[in-house]
Design a protein around this ligand. Structure first.
Ligand code: ZN
Length: 313
């Protein structure tokens, strides 16, 4: 997510116009660096399924008395800044919480939501940083409860559905009508969803980022969940959309106004969903034109509605 931010025009104490130049790349606005320890596995610990860094599975958790001991068993971490992961929201929208493999695939890419942070209770602001901050960071992404992970995914997926599919749908239905029941329903949906979103945004906080010798106004979160909520907040306030891919039915954020398919993996390349769809289309045309099969028959064999297949001729 490397968007250039516009300069901000403000008036100083002398009432003269000043121009503040924010960081060139939005990346610098977010200074979270979270460790991840792939591959993760689902492991039942005392009857409670956990998503856990593989290295910890055969280690006895009781013996892991210090963060350093835990981390050394978990293996070598790679680091990500979840705020700048461009596909985080889309990947989250498409996690199937009934399928443990898709959960693990997601965690191997982005880590866990970050909900096993043990800060040992509230600490005084004057405590040495190694007692608070280091511990907070060190615990992230080693393990967390599977059930908690599913619940958080469910909440985010519900919010994506509400903001990008349900609310626009009901909005369309009430347009130009005085259907007060529907208008109430719409307002309830907006109010409830905003409240839930705001609760998640509390995981994100403003902070000063001292980097490359400069002090930069920034945002941070010690959890990937915070970054996901922030990305959702940005998508809503920047009036982005979610659409369903015509080929695989996944939710995606369109990069161009007419996009119908999941975006390509790399900018400027072809979308693999679009390629597969076009191949299917040309095979279907051949089957009808050269092999004399009916449109309905072909539609059924490829599992697409006949109406859609008719549109290909
Ligand atoms: Zn797709």
């Amino acid at each position: 997510m490397k968007r250039v931010k516009p300069a901000k025009h403000v008036y100083g104490e002398d009432l003269k116009k000043k121009i503040i130049h924010p960081p060139n790349e939005e990346d610098e606005l977010f200074f979270s660096k979270l460790p991840i320890y792939p591959p993760y596995q689902i492991y039942e610990y005392k009857g409670n399924p956990l998503i856990m860094a593989t290295g910890l599975i055969h280690a006895s958790l009781e013996e892991m008395t210090t963060v350093e001991k835990l981390q050394s068993k978990a293996g070598v971490a790679s680091h990500i800044n979840p705020f700048s992961e461009e596909n985080l929201l889309e990947d989250l929208a498409n996690v199937n919480i009934k399928d443990e493999q898709t959960i693990l695939d997601f965690c191997n890419k982005y880590g866990l939501f970050g909900f096993n942070i043990d800060t040992g209770g509230p600490k005084s602001l004057t405590s040495p940083p190694e007692e608070v901050e280091i511990k907070e960071k060190a615990f992230v992404n080693l393990y967390e409860e599977l059930e908690g992970f599913k619940n958080h995914t469910r909440v985010l997926q519900e919010l994506i559905r509400n903001f990008f599919i349900e609310i626009p749908k009901v909005q369309k239905e009430v347009r130009g009508k005085e259907d007060f029941k529907k208008i109430n329903e719409l307002n309830e949906l907006r109010r409830g969803s905003s409240r839930l979103l705001n609760r998640g945004l509390k995981l994100v906080s403003p902070g000063l980022n001292f980097d490359n010798g400069k002090l930069l106004p920034s945002f941070t979160s010690t959890t990937m969940l915070g970054a996901a909520f922030y990305q959702l907040y940005e998508a809503i306030t920047q009036e982005k959309q979610f659409r369903r891919c015509l080929h695989c039915n996944s939710l995606f954020i369109p990069r161009t106004p007419n996009a119908k398919f999941c975006p390509p993996l790399h900018f400027g390349k072809h979308s693999s969903c679009q390629n597969s769809y076009n191949q299917m289309k040309s095979r279907a045309r051949k089957a009808v034109k050269e092999k004399g099969r009916t449109v309905e028959d072909v539609a059924q064999s490829i599992g697409r509605p006949a109406k859609e297949v008719r549109g290909w001729f």
